[in-house]
Design a protein. Sequence first.
Length: 293
Amino acid sequence: MKTKLATFFLFFLTGICVMTSAEARDLAEIQKEGILRHLGVPYANFITGDGRGLDVEVMQLFAQEIGVEYQYVETNWKNVINDLVGKQVGPDGDNVKISGDAPVRGDIIANGLTILPWRQKVLNYSAPTFPTQVWLIAGPQSPMRPIVPSGSIDKDIAAVKALLPGKTVLGKNNTCLDPGLYFLKDVNAITSHFEGGLNELAPAIMKGEADTTLLDVPDALVALAKWPGQIKVLGPISDQQHMGVGFRKDSPALQQTFARFYQKIQKDGRYQELVKKYYPEVFDYYPDFFTVK
């Protein structure tokens, strides 16, 4: 009898621990526990993987603002939203498909998360924190030439797609670099899912693993600075987009508190200084975005 009771008590405690680790929390619960769990994927200079990065420093400042400790929870592109919302989700065009439950591992996503229609159906975003766009990139050995900008983004995208019939294009599913989002097969491009990380796409093109790859602005800026003359930007595949911080839909207090904090660090210049630290070239491409209005 004692053994059965002990077993039941252990099972009960284990159940509590599982529920506690997996439950979704808003601001009050986060402050009560004293820890903000920052979900992130190592990517470009948002999260460098060595304890640094634009979003790492912003989240550390936010944790200080709400009086809690900061905890980084590393994840991957396939699971990052699952780990926030507690569901297995994925894109279905601009809609979302849900295939089951998942453990909740964090409170907030910040890793250069592009605002996409399907993602907005399962999470809420902050105000835009970073400008972006998806570009088509080729290696130095490619005979493909960058387009001449026309002044019309639609014409420029069409000109870039006209380069792609019969060409291989690397992309990454479940990210803003998913080729299916840009209908590249409609122009007879040969699309391929890249198994490595986003930071490895530029090196893959330099090695000649495909004719082209999709890169968004932050990753392209890092690659251009790291490997000057080794990649070339052929032109845009998407309209201008924005990135933001992701919240569960049942965490309104956390989202509202972050909104006030973000406005504060914009107005006092701390945010712009962090952007200069990690993305100094972005001001040349998007000078108006970081101007406080």
